[in-house]
Design a protein around this ligand. Structure first.
Ligand code: UDP
Length: 321
């Protein structure tokens, strides 16, 4: 059994990863800036420790990385409202946080899993995307792309450390992971926004014509793949898409969530500028090729959209009281 550090271990993915790894018998140290919120249930678990500190703090990161066998670096600033609202924070935390972790991993020779994103492919029109497909991004004048760019710099650093110092790194690229503990209702990603609206019976705000697509991936499926990335020898040195290959339109998500919530919500089409201003650009289609996830990580997504949305809405309902 291994000792594992999860940076961002108090967040959405980190909390689910901690649950899974503890169930597999591993010991977890979670590093996170936020108070314990999403991992409250693990507080008294002897296999879990929570350190409330900043991933930019070199001393803290060094001392924690030294103590473990594997590091999952999930700490990052995520969410379109941040990309267009505070691009400095996105770039600073995502790029410099990884620097601290890479240095420590190199110093103590530890395996590192870096959480990257499907955003690195940008709006490449040719879906499904394989890991070596092109990145197609807009201008640096459009703040939306700062997140994609921050993660792509991170990936380059990971591969450079692998090449130059033989650091065992794995890059994983997540595709629209959702599930309980995602965010507060109404903020962050589309599922949280629609959840708040649908559970109150308000109009669900679909941006544009709703024909844009995503591969909505349930968190338990994503975490099985993420966990495997820390231990599977064949994953080292690779980038691997984590997700489902089932493509869904945003309109379909809105309609399904409205139906499951059962409060009579209707779809309202809105212009993207109304929600995110001019520094936003949507991505028309986003679908992964998940051959590597299947072959190397041995993970097949199992949870269908209706089941996943039901679980997710049930959680949001408890949060909203
Ligand atoms: N979206 C929407 N209504 C909203 C918020 C988002 O239709 O109130 C759309 C958004 O334009 C995008 C998709 O939902 O096409 C997913 O957005 P999200 O912010 O979750 O992240 P992305 O997948 O774009 O990174």
């Amino acid at each position: 059994m291994a000792k594992v550090l999860i940076t961002g271990g108090g967040g959405f993915l980190g909390s689910h990863l901690a649950d899974l790894l503890i169930a597999q018998g591993h010991e977890i140290i979670a590093l996170d800036m936020a108070p314990l919120t999403k991992v409250k249930h693990l507080k008294d678990n002897p296999k879990f420790r929570y350190i409330e500190a900043d991933v930019l703090d070199r001393d803290v990161v060094d001392s924690l990385v030294r103590r473990v066998d594997v590091v999952y670096h999930l700490a990052a600033v995520v969410g379109v409202e941040h990309y267009v609202g505070d691009p400095y924070k996105v770039l600073n935390v995502n790029v410099n946080g990884l620097q601290r972790v890479l240095h420590a991993a190199q110093l103590y020779e530890k395996r590192l899993v870096f959480s990257s994103t499907s955003e690195v492919y940008g709006r490449n029109p040719k879906v499904p995307w394989k890991e070596d497909d092109d990145r197609v991004l807009g201008s640096t004048q459009i703040d939306r792309w700062c997140y994609s760019t921050s993660k792509a710099i991170g990936e380059h650093f990971c591969f450079a450390f692998h090449k130059k110092f033989d650091l065992p790194v794995v890059v994983v690229r997540f595709f629209n992971v959702y599930g309980p503990r995602l965010d507060r209702a109404d903020v962050g990603r589309v599922i949280s926004i629609f959840a708040g609206q649908a559970l109150r019976g308000e109009d669900v705000t679909v941006i544009g014509d709703g024909k844009q697509t995503r591969a909505f991936t349930y968190v338990s499926d994503a975490c099985r793949a993420l966990a495997a990335a820390g231990f599977e020898p064949r994953a080292v040195g690779k980038a691997i898409n984590i997700g489902t290959d089932k493509e869904t339109t945003v309109l379909e998500i809105a309609e399904r969530m409205a139906k499951i919530a059962g409060k009579g919500s209707r779809v309202k089409f809105v212009k993207q500028e109304e929600i995110y201003g001019s520094s936003y650009e949507d991505i028309p289609r986003r679908v992964p090729d998940i051959t590597l996830q299947r072959e190397i990580l041995k993970v097949e997504p199992k949870v269908g959209l209706d089941e996943g949305l039901r679980e997710t809405l049930a959680w949001f309902r408890t949060q909203m009281g």
